[in-house]
Ligand binder design. Structure first.
Ligand code: GLN
Length: 536
């Protein structure tokens, strides 16, 4: 029998519902339960794939190629489950399904309405993971804040569902803000009371209230909220600010979240095993070394735009016993060789992550040149790999105006070009997405890292290394270290040994989606290792 936990948010957005839901996933998993997290986003985009990363943060990609909300990254990193298309649903997708069905005559002349048609579709999607997997518990996070107009159908659906699956199989968690008034030296519970009233007005009585607070929540505040909100005092859980998100599950377990959820769901509160996780947090907080990594990109004003890259760097730091300090550099500031030298001279390693469009491209190319010439470890991811290829073409192969056709349609040397089957279509949902195999070349730094001749990684791109130029590169000192043999696509490039560069590698895929705190991704791990060695 699958059990269901619903996580809603109140008072303000940005409380870390995703981290809370992911933490719950981990602490239930640590009781031996099979847990799947999913997220429902009330906005009307079909998926976040076409949204500006500066607004919405990174697009997380699953094995099966779903472009999803960044919270899915937290879920995967905390619970180590591989999520899928069914793990993230937007209102847009729900409506698209319904409207297509209506056009096909699927409603047989009936009026199509929010209730029951939209709520039915949402309910169906909430139950989907239970049919696809053998999950004991499904944790469903509802994006947005209770009271938003657009989240109403989702709240109504999670209200209805308890009658479908049984009240005893559902638990409702409401996460709110408990503001601290400095002047009065008091935590204020009123916004939470109002938010819970809103939720009750929509027919949902929360079983557990989680309080985001910068101050420890005293017992009398808990009692007061318990009384006003009809919630048992041991189900009022404080959720304090943590130095690292990885500490949150440990704090939540200590606060009794796991116990409270088990009680609500009528499941045995088995002993937990969070030893490995404790080790991770200990290592994170007690690293002996430090390494400075310059992250050069075009969305640097919102760090969430590179969330999985940042987490992967942290994981690699944990592995290498080093704190990774990121220097966020907007590529537009790197206006030439002199600016590159000025802005990058403090970096032990340089990373150029993914991106779209031509803004800031020349700065990234100058960055790759600086890294190559000054023998600073360089890791190019997706666009960062394409940049590494363009830079090499221009400055080593002397193909002066080499470019990607994404940036310059008329370049005389399109070393990066549309994939043959893209047909020039550049709309939403036309990217090469999800997991693909890659065969690694013998004696490459990539193979040395993976210790495996055949790997698979997740992709999200439209452009590719142009095979017409392959020989020119390999005759020189750029090595093709990974190939998708099915379509003969170049997936990894690196500088060969004769260059005596410590570590310069670019990957067409996104390794950051597969890194885990206890299993640093091999490429991030070795990139940080090389950056640390360079320091000596
Ligand atoms: N814009 C490039 C492409 O579409 C790179 C994409 C990315 O970095 N994710 O191929």
């Amino acid at each position: 029998m699958t059990k269901y936990v619903f996580v809603t948010g109140g008072v303000v957005s940005g409380l870390g519902k995703g981290i809370a839901a992911a933490s719950l996933g981990l602490i239930l998993k640590s009781r031996g339960l099979n847990v799947i997290n999913q997220k429902f986003d009330p906005y009307l985009n079909i998926d976040p794939g076409t949204m500006n990363p500066c607004q919405h943060g990174e697009v997380f990609v699953t094995d099966d190629g779903a472009e999803t909300d960044l919270d899915l990254g937290h879920y995967e990193r905390f619970t180590d489950a591989a999520l899928s298309q069914s793990s993230n649903t937007t209102a847009g997708r729900v409506y698209l399904t319904i409207l297509n069905r209506e056009r096909e005559g699927g409603y047989e002349g009936g009026t199509v309405q929010v209730i029951p048609n939209v709520t039915d579709e949402i309910r169906k999607r909430i139950l989907l993971p239970a049919q696809e997997t053998n999950a004991d518990v499904i944790i469903t996070e509802i994006g947005g804040t209770v009271g938003d107009i657009e989240s109403l159908p989702f709240i109504e659906a999670i209200r209805q569902i308890k009658y479908e699956v049984g009240i005893e199989n559902c638990a409702y968690i409401h996460l709110t803000l408990l503001p601290y008034m400095k002047k009065a030296q008091e935590l204020k519970s009123k916004p939470t009371q109002h938010s819970v009233k809103d939720l009750q007005g929509l027919g949902i009585q929360p079983d557990i209230i989680m309080l985001r607070s910068e101050m420890p929540v005293d017992f009398s505040t808990k009692e007061k909220l318990a009384l006003f909100c009809n919630v048992a005092t041991d189900c009022i859980i404080q959720n304090l600010n943590a130095k690292s998100i990885y500490e949150v599950p440990l704090m939540m377990e200590k606060e009794g979240l796991g116990k409270a959820v088990c009680k609500c769901l009528g499941i045995e509160n088995k002993e937990t095993n969070l030893k490995e996780w404790e080790k991770i947090v200990y290592k994170l907080y007690n690293s002996k070394k430090q390494v400075n990594i310059a992250l050069v990109g075009k969305y640097t004003e919102l760090h969430d735009a590179y969330l999985s890259v940042v987490e992967s760097l942290t994981h690699a730091g944990i592995f290498n016993d080093a704190e990774v300090v990121i220097d966020w550099i907007s590529s537009e500031k790197i206006t030439g060789d002199a600016a590159a030298k000025k802005l990058l001279s403090g970096a032990d390693g340089i990373i150029v992550p993914g991106g779209f469009g031509d803004r800031g491209i020349e700065g990234m190319i100058a960055t790759a040149k600086y890294a190559r010439e000054n023998k600073v470890p360089y890791f190019g991811i997706c666009l960062g790999m394409q940049i590494m290829v363009i830079e090499y073409a221009r400055n080593v192969l002397n193909l002066k105006k080499a470019n990607s056709t994404e940036m310059d349609k008329n370049t005389p040397h399109p070393v990066i070009d549309l994939m043959p089957d893209q047909n020039g279509v550049i709309l939403g949902g036309t990217l090469r997405l999800g997991k693909y195999e890659c065969t690694l070349s013998k004696d490459s730094i990539a193979q040395k890292a993976y210790k495996n001749p055949l790997i698979w990684e997740r992709h999200r791109h439209r452009y590719e290394f142009n095979n017409v130029y392959r020989e020119q590169f390999t005759k020189s000192t750029m090595k093709i270290a990974g190939i998708n043999s099915e379509r003969n696509l170049v997936e990894i490039v690196e500088l060969d040994k004769t260059e005596k560069h410590p570590w310069m590698l670019g990957v067409q895929f996104h390794p950051e989606f597969k890194s885990r705190p206890d299993r640093a991704h091999p490429l991030f791990r070795d990139f940080i290792k090389a950056s640390l060695e360079g320091k000596k």
